[in-house]
Design a protein around this ligand. Structure first.
Ligand SMILES: *Cc1c(COP(=O)(O)O)cnc(C)c1O
Length: 221
């Protein structure tokens, strides 16, 4: 690795290598740079290096940071990767270009209403509580068929599934399970893999990897 390589260069190279190993094209994987807690000054250098897809986990924080940046760089795509309260659905639909945290019936209704009102279709991933953990975001696997049916009936553009596997144990089986669930339901998108495991996720079919600390350094907040 050249010493001049930036963290972004390194992550891109690692994604490309994992894809090569898996017989996939690097372009099949979208790197979502998770910029939560980091100010615009930390984000602009990544934009200057060509990164265009970013993710935030809080609507309010994103509203403070991103409208200016999106105006300066209109081709930026902003993804919401954190839990969404139904009363923030309208704000989210206006600001974000993709939502990775659709996880319950009440949010299906709120997002469908918000998209109608805004006249804007925002692609959604259904978040699955893939490790059946207590107090973890995401719908239960058993509830997934019903939620998908409801989302389709409401006209929501559902493009894939998303998961955050349990911490501290091997993530690969959970990625493989999400991939299988996506295949079973005819969904192309798989949002899985973070700083510690994005290469594994690429090997197992990720279409979107969400990388924060490996790009930005450790968060303070
Ligand atoms: C913060 C966050 C990430 C990025 O995590 P890192 O380990 O810093 O790469 C990915 N996905 C979600 C849902 C997050 O909240």
């Amino acid at each position: 690795m050249e010493s001049a390589a930036t963290p972004l260069d390194q992550i891109r190279a690692r994604i490309a290598h994992a894809c090569k190993v898996a017989g996939r094209k690097a372009e099949e994987v979208t790197l979502v740079a998770i910029s939560k807690t980091h100010p615009a000054e930390r984000i602009v250098p990544l934009i200057a290096q060509g990164q265009r897809v970013f993710g935030e986990n809080r609507v309010q924080e994103a509203q403070a940071k991103w409208p200016d940046l999106k105006e300066r760089y209109p081709d930026i795509q902003l993804h919401l990767v954190g839990q969404l309260q139904s009363n923030k659905a309208e704000d989210a639909v206006r600001l974000f270009d993709s939502i990775h945290s659709l996880d319950r019936p009440s949010l299906v209704s709120a997002l469908a209403k918000a998209m109608d009102k805004a006249g804007r279709q925002v692609p959604c991933f259904v978040q699955v509580n893939i490790g059946a953990e207590e107090q973890k975001g995401g719908c239960e696997i058993a509830d997934l068929p019903g939620l998908l049916e409801q989302a389709r009936a409401a006209g929501l553009p559902v493009t894939g599934l998303m998961c955050v596997p349990p911490a501290g144990i091997e993530a690969a089986p959970f990625f493989a399970l999400l991939d299988k669930l996506a295949r079973d339901h005819g969904l192309a998108g798989r949002s899985m893999g973070m700083s510690g495991d994005f290469e594994t996720a690429c090997l197992l079919g990720a279409t979107h990897v969400r990388v924060g600390s490996a790009l930005f350094g450790t968060r303070e907040g």
